[in-house]
Design a binder for this molecule. Structure first.
Ligand code: FES
Length: 575
């Protein structure tokens, strides 16, 4: 029989004749499955980033069991398989160095195996975008489940938000306002269960963004990791993916331009992380949707911030879920969304959010009386210091610093700054603009989250808690400050950032969306002519490949040869 007559992809393996079919079926029998499971059932891959090296994802084994129940229930054949897991709290130098490697691995594993549809189990910061990028380049029916947030941290009656508490209290230790004993005591109270950071950091942002894209079931992003409803939703996801295979609802039918526009607007409404910008650009690059950095400014400009969560606000993900979660936010901005967009639920956005409402107007505020006015989310700034753009999260910044001109104090690498920041003789005032170079995709390499440089001790002791900082780095979604990030082109490729010198004047004007280096063109040309590219820090392995092929931040920092899709074609037999 010719392979072309098979209607499902997996049948090219399990219905193959001769020795090929024998080998494929024989080995799946070794797991105790009879031939009836191969014959007429869609084969569903459950790609999991479960790992004890990634505590945020350490419960995904139980999520996988729930998905399997749903797949069996709907008449499918579930097969769980591991992909690499990127544990944000522990991996050095930065998980971003491997997001694209996870994407590559996910893509290749899906394509090489007898799968008809895929459920992606992701969590923490980088596994949702990495897995989605990889799956987009294959384009099978695909559904994502994110692992959900941890329960709220609590200490002496105070709420502790992941990340946000660390940034705040470690600064207080530096300023001599908190004892180390108390700091240690907080540590044991701030991560009370399985799950991701429970602030609106990057993990919660990406969970919400995947729901807004329509690749995660409505209402599931905010369910706490240990809540029973996370498991019943996962079982439902198992049932849905089987139906998606029957309906041929491939990922490109979900990840449309309209989906990305919805996600950008939702990211603005939740006060989401700046990291969503880089990840959405990379995912769009895989699925073939035209999206650029300016879209994040123009599409989000009219969207108010509705969600009062740390780091910009007061509450955490548990309250967000109790208040109605993402459907309640989407309902509030319904008029701004593409509500006819069809999601993995099989229904439109309009249908998904038909009965949604906010149960707590202090947590999810009404659009008519928003937590923060329109334009308080992520803005894109351009100018002579960032010709291809940089980003700033207005809701995390100090309003008085949004129009500011100051003298640059420049550091070539973060390690230099961390030493200097403790120096009580550092020539810095509250008006200084701190400049950090060589922390971009290529410069570090790996694009670390060091853009929120700690305030110099000298200023901390004067009670200064924020100042303008600019770099080619990223920033943790749980962090805050008047911090300009993702400056493109980065210093390591000779962007204007590479040419800034201490004493130069820098002019920031957020309302005008501009960031300028007040140095003459002649002087900049002279500096450019004298600029020498830094030597690569890595000469072998993944880091070398990454260094040589990574794209700039404004393009999503994917590897240049990974853009686009190779589809889900059936690989040749090899035996
Ligand atoms: Fe994993 Fe924040 S460190 S979600």
């Amino acid at each position: 029989m010719s392979e072309e007559v098979y209607k499902r992809r997996s049948e090219n393996w399990f219905k193959a004749e001769g020795k090929h079919g024998y080998i494929y079926r024989e080995r799946f029998r070794n797991m105790g499955f009879g031939s009836e499971v191969f014959s007429d059932k869609p084969v569903i891959g459950i790609a999991t980033t479960w790992s004890e090296l990634n505590p945020c994802n350490a419960h995904l084994d139980r999520v996988a069991e729930a998905v399997k129940r749903g797949v069996w229930e709907a008449g499918g054949f579930p097969l769980e398989f591991p992909t690499m897991s990127l544990g944000e709290p522990v991996m050095r130098p930065t998980t971003m160095l491997w997001r694209n490697l996870l994407a590559m691995e996910t893509e290749e594993l899906i394509r090489a195996n007898p799968l008809d549809g895929v459920v992606l189990l992701a969590g923490c910061d980088k596994t949702p975008p990495g897995m989605l990028m990889g799956a987009a380049s294959v384009n099978l029916p695909t559904l994502m489940i994110t692992g959900g947030p941890m329960l709220n941290g609590r200490y002496k009656g105070e709420t502790l938000g992941s990340g946000t508490a660390v940034w705040k209290y470690s600064e207080q230790i530096r300023a001599g306002k908190l004892s180390i004993e108390e700091f240690f005591a907080m540590e044991s109270c701030s991560a009370r269960s399985n799950g991701s950071c429970m602030t609106m950091g990057t993990a919660s942002t990406m969970a919400c963004v995947t729901e807004a894209l329509g690749v995660q079931l409505p209402g599931s992003a905010a369910i706490p990791a240990v809540d029973a409803r996370r498991f019943s939703t996962s079982q439902e996801a198992g049932r849905r993916i089987v139906q998606m295979v029957y309906d041929d609802q491939v990922l490109s039918k979900v990840l449309t331009r309209e989906a990305f526009e919805n996600a950008i607007k939702v990211n603005a409404a939740i006060g989401g992380s700046t990291n969503a910008v880089v990840h959405l650009l990379a995912i769009a690059g895989r699925i073939g949707v035209k999206l650029d950095l300016d879209d994040f400014d123009t599409l989000a400009r009219e969207v108010p911030v509705l969600v009062n969560l740390m780091p910009s606000g007061k509450y955490l993900m548990e309250e967000f879920f109790d208040a109605g979660g993402l459907p309640a936010v989407m309902k509030e901005i319904e008029g701004m969304l593409h509500t006819e967009h069809i999601t993995v639920s099989g229904k439109s956005v309009k249908e998904n959010i038909a009965t949604a409402e906010s149960w707590n107007a202090d947590v999810i505020t009404p659009a008519s009386k928003p937590f923060q006015k329109a334009g308080s989310g992520i803005v894109v700034l351009k100018g002579s210091l960032a010709p291809d753009g940089c980003v700033l999260k207005v809701s995390a910044a100090t309003p008085e610093l949004l129009v500011h001109t100051g003298e640059a104090l420049v550091f070539e690498q973060i390690e230099d700054y961390l030493v200097a920041s403790e120096d009580m003789n550092l020539p810095v005032t509250k008006d200084t603009v701190l400049v950090l170079k060589h922390a971009g995709p290529r410069g570090f390499p790996g694009f670390p989250e060091v853009g929120n440089m700690p305030i110099p001790r000298k200023l901390l002791e004067q009670g200064i808690t924020d100042m303008v900082r600019i770099s080619d780095a990223r920033m943790s979604g749980t962090a805050y400050g008047t911090v300009l990030l993702h400056t493109s082109p980065e210093a390591a490729v000779g962007g204007p950032l590479a040419l800034v010198k201490t004493g130069d004047m820098i002019e920031l004007n957020v309302p005008n969306r501009s960031i300028n280096l007040l140095v003459s063109e002649e002087e900049m040309a002279k500096r450019k002519a004298a600029w020498v590219a830094p030597a690569p820090k890595h000469t072998r392995g993944w880091s070398k490949l990454y260094y040589e092929t990574v794209q700039q931040a404004h393009l999503g920092a994917d590897l240049d040869f990974l853009n686009g899709s190779s589809g889900s074609g059936i690989p040749r037999h090899s035996h």
